[in-house]
Ligand binder design. Structure first.
Ligand SMILES: Cc1ncc(COP(=O)(O)O)c(C=O)c1O
Length: 397
């Protein structure tokens, strides 16, 4: 079969391949410590589950509006307005089957083939995949290590701007590095977007996975709400990754296009699941707070252990459920020639399964340090202790 030319530009999320590899290894009777995927091993809060069941039993099983049900659009507009200091209405909100579809629909709505789009690398791999699939040019920008946090490589962003640059994807709080942009950085980026008339996809998937301080959105800064589409998701805060519920929040004209894309692609987001979303946003928040407490404990245990491994240094990010340790020294110690050799040897010798820098984009010119991503959302504290303890023994031996 002769596939369409565009298919050759379609990427994927290679973390899923690492998952499959780990599952195959476990199926052979081996112990695996799953640090590879940003899924959660915590249940969705009971009150949210009950709301979906009630809605299903109450007959919410047919199609619903392509924009999403009004109670959810109202609740999400109110929530984002409250947290962002903006004044969104339901006309600014199109409900989606997850946060991920917002990436594709933002680009389809605002970017022409041949336009250039800046995106973070390392970063969520679907950005690069969708930009290139849609015939635009994906222009990466990286991060530089700061005192206690990764910072945007702002010079790289400025250097990469051309008259064809149309948009930038900004993922604060960041997967995979756990980076939290300080206010000055977000202000400088906003200034650059205004000056060069860029649209922004503000991927806020981890907005509420925050252990200290408050999240700040680029959409909250002067002149930015009118050029920014926010990717909102229920996946992480409410442990709802498999429910597939999210939203695009942004200027009315672009959100209207996104809603029309909804009709074209999936008609509407799952009807009864949207009632669970209303409960998540407006109901009891105790379980969500509990989830955050569990994640924070895991973070602390993992960061301490990683920093005790020779040749490993790791920040303690105030957000997300990812760590991005520099493992350059550890790789040298075990004699690993490259990322894949290190990852596979770690799996075989210790059972620890994780993604490396290369699962989040092609390495940028001049990159000399080596990093891996340790996700702690899908593994209990005692297993983190055991797994990273074995990793430590292996690197020390
Ligand atoms: C940075 C980022 N954006 C978006 C998503 C998409 O999440 P979902 O489609 O589950 O809402 C993820 C999921 O891991 C992510 O890490």
């Amino acid at each position: 079969m002769k596939l369409a030319e565009r298919v050759s530009h379609l990427g994927t999320e290679t973390a899923f391949a690492v998952s499959a590899e780990a599952a195959a290894y476990a199926a052979k009777g081996n112990k695996v410590y799953p640090f590879h995927i940003g899924d959660m091993n915590l249940p969705t809060p009971q009150n949210i589950q009950e709301a979906a069941i009630r809605a299903m039993r109450g007959g919410k099983t047919g199609y619903c509006p392509n924009w999403g049900i009004m109670p959810l659009r109202e609740a999400l507009a109110a929530e984002v307005s409250r947290t962002h200091g903006t004044s969104y209405t339901p006309e600014n909100v199109a409900i989606q089957p997850g946060g991920k579809p917002v990436i594709e629909k933002f680009l389809l709505s605002l970017v022409n083939p041949g336009d250039e789009v800046l995106y973070p690398n390392p970063g969520f791999p679907i950005y690069e995949s969708q930009i290139e699939f849609q015939g635009a040019k994906a222009v990466p920008y990286g991060f530089v290590p700061g005192k206690d946090n990764f910072l945007l490589d702002f010079e790289a962003i400025e250097r990469s701007l051309t008259p064809r640059t149309r948009a930038i994807i900004f993922n604060n709080l960041h997967n995979p590095t756990g980076a939290v942009s300080p206010r000055e950085e977000i202000e400088a980026l906003a200034e650059l977007c205004r000056k060069h008339d860029l649209y922004v996809l503000s991927d806020e998937a981890y907005w509420d996975v925050r252990y200290a301080g408050d999240s700040l959105s680029i959409a909250s800064l002067p002149g930015m709400a009118e050029r920014t589409v926010i990717l909102y998701t229920f996946s992480k805060k409410f442990a709802m990754t498999g429910w597939r519920l999210g939203g695009a929040v942004g200027p009315k004209d672009v959100v209207a296009v996104i809603a029309t894309l909804n009709v074209n692609e999936e008609s509407c987001t799952n009807h009864f699941v949207q009632y669970a979303g209303v409960e998540a946003l407006t109901g009891d928040q105790a379980a969500a707070a509990e989830i955050l407490g569990i994640l924070q404990e895991r973070r602390d245990v993992a960061v301490d252990l990683l920093n005790s491994i020779p040749g490993v240094t790791c920040y303690s990010p105030t957000a997300t459920f990812y760590l991005y340790p520099d493992v350059t020294g550890a790789m040298e110690r075990v004699g690993a020639a490259g990322y894949d050799q290190f990852r596979l040897a770690a799996l075989e010798k210790t059972g620890c399964s994780f993604c490396t820098r290369l699962h989040f984009g092609r390495a940028l010119p001049g990159e000399t340090r080596h990093y891996v991503r340790i996700a702690y959302s899908g593994i209990d504290t005692d297993q983190i202790r055991e797994g990273l303890g074995l990793l430590k023994q292996w690197v020390e031996s």
